[in-house]
Design a protein around this ligand. Structure first.
Ligand code: PMP
Length: 438
């Protein structure tokens, strides 16, 4: 294994990276185990973000490593077009069990972005298969992040991710976001204010007519735009309105799936049943790229009941890749054997108290928490949005903690196998950094 610095870093065009700045002072990770990364200089770095929200079971879980090794020696690749392999079917059954059979079917992708575009396409094709082809509009939300495919950025609500690529998909509307610092700052759990923002869907329905709207897609908790937690009752209200108007409700659970809120999925936590769920990341504990879309039985049935032929013209070469399936089956086993959700739930209060202990430190204008997520919003430096949090991120890495920042918000989402001592280390170091931040 190469643990030394690369001879050159000029050719890799890094994703979502300030490439010029990075290459002047690179951060290089060479190994990982449990709650820690090790960098190229041999420093231990506490993983406060589970990689990119994708390593709920912690790094180098032996069962997952072994399962991938075994599968690669047995079946390196198998198509799932007009054929398949046992692990793909076994995993699908296990995933349906993991969701308490609230869904009937699972479609495999390779990422969160692909899951989102798959779900949007399924929604459009579903209505068409049922003879309601007029339902072509898609509704997203301001400050929503749904990956980087053209469908995902169209329903997404982040200007910077959309503007360079316009005009994007036609017929897309956005609900307002629910973030309200004036009314909800320093809330623990779901904020009180903003439930009625779900009713904006009625405004969109009145403008276009329900018969033109295919689906609403939201993240139950928006992660990439800075931990935006839904107001009490908001998601239930969205569900009611979608049902009333025959609109499909899609939850993008790419970050909330697999335990982030200490329940298997956010729909469990909020007790709201969407028609489809997109997931990725924790599905394989981040070990092999994989995403999935869970659909209610009626979605799949609509295709089965349509005239015979191939039902959904969609799929990826690597849908249900054997290595990904093996990693995912082992991930589900690891969740069970190591009581990972129970561990996360037992630390919820401790986590919340530790996060909120940063209140009063310089620049901190909001702290919000739910499950094992925390968002810490900093006062932006005038004329330099994002600069203060980015400085905190760089300082944290140098001090041995991995945090994530988006704009001036620090987002924390550790592996769910953490212990109290890791929470102490994370927030202890963060407090020192914030005290010394310009
Ligand atoms: N949806 C949501 C809610 C996400 O948070 C992300 C990634 N952070 C994606 C979609 C895209 O996933 P990927 O990067 O695997 O394409």
């Amino acid at each position: 294994m190469n643990e030394s610095r690369p001879a050159s870093m000029s050719s890799f065009w890094m994703p979502f990276t300030n490439n010029r700045d990075f290459k002047a002072a690179p951060r290089l990770l060479v190994s990982a185990e449990g709650m820690y990364y090790k960098d190229v200089d041999g420093n231990q770095i506490l993983d406060g973000t589970a990689g990119l929200w994708c390593v709920p079971c912690g790094h180098a879980q032996p069962r997952i490593v072994a399962a991938v090794r075994e599968m690669i020696g047995q079946l390196d690749f198998a198509p799932t077009f007009q054929m398949g392999h046992p692990a793909a079917f076994d995993l699908a059954e296990q995933l349906m069990e993991y969701t308490n059979h609230r869904f009937g079917h699972v479609f495999y992708t390779n990422s969160g972005s692909e899951s989102v575009d798959t779900a949007l396409k399924m929604a459009l094709a579903y209505h068409r298969a049922r003879g309601e082809g007029s339902r072509t509009r898609l509704i997203g939300r301001e400050r929503g992040y749904h990956g980087v495919g053209f469908g995902g950025i169209s329903v997404g609500g982040i200007g910077g991710n959309r503007k360079p690529y316009g005009p994007l998909l036609p017929g897309v509307d956005h609900l307002p976001h629910t973030h309200n610092l004036a009314k909800n700052a320093f809330t623990r759990g779901e904020p009180e204010y903003g439930t009625e923002l779900a009713d904006e869907l009625e405004r969109i329905v009145a403008l276009h007519d329900a018969s033109t709207i295919a689906a609403v897609i939201v993240e139950p908790v928006a992660g990439s735009t800075g931990v935006l937690i839904p107001p009490k009752g908001y998601l239930k209200r969205l569900r009611e309105l979608c049902s009333k108007h025959g609109i499909l409700l899609i939850f993008d659970e790419v970050i909330t799936g697999f335990g982030r809120l200490t329940t298997p999925f956010a729909f469990d936590y909020f007790d709201v049943e969407p028609d489809m769920v997109t997931c990725a990341k924790g599905l394989t504990n981040g070990v092999v790229p994989m995403g999935a879309v869970f659909t209610k039985k009626h979605i799949h049935d609509a295709f089965m009941e349509a005239p015979p032929g191939i039902e959904l013209f969609h799929g990826y070469t690597y849908s249900g890749h054997p290595l990904a399936c093996a990693a995912s089956i082992a991930t589900l086993q690891t969740f069970k054997e190591q009581n990972i959700l129970e561990n996360a739930a037992s630390l919820r209060q401790y986590w919340e108290d530790a996060a909120h202990s940063l209140k009063g430190l310089p620049h901190v204008i909001d702290i919000r928490t739910l499950g094992l997520i925390a968002g810490i919003e900093l006062q932006p430096i005038e004329g330099k949005p994002g600069a203060r949090a980015y400085a905190a991120f760089k300082k944290a890495f140098a001090d041995g903690v991995l945090i994530r920042t988006t704009g001036d918000i620090i987002a924390l989402s550790p592996p769910l196998v953490l212990e109290k001592k890791h929470i102490d280390e994370l927030f202890g170091k963060l407090a020192t950094i914030l005290k010394n931040l310009d």
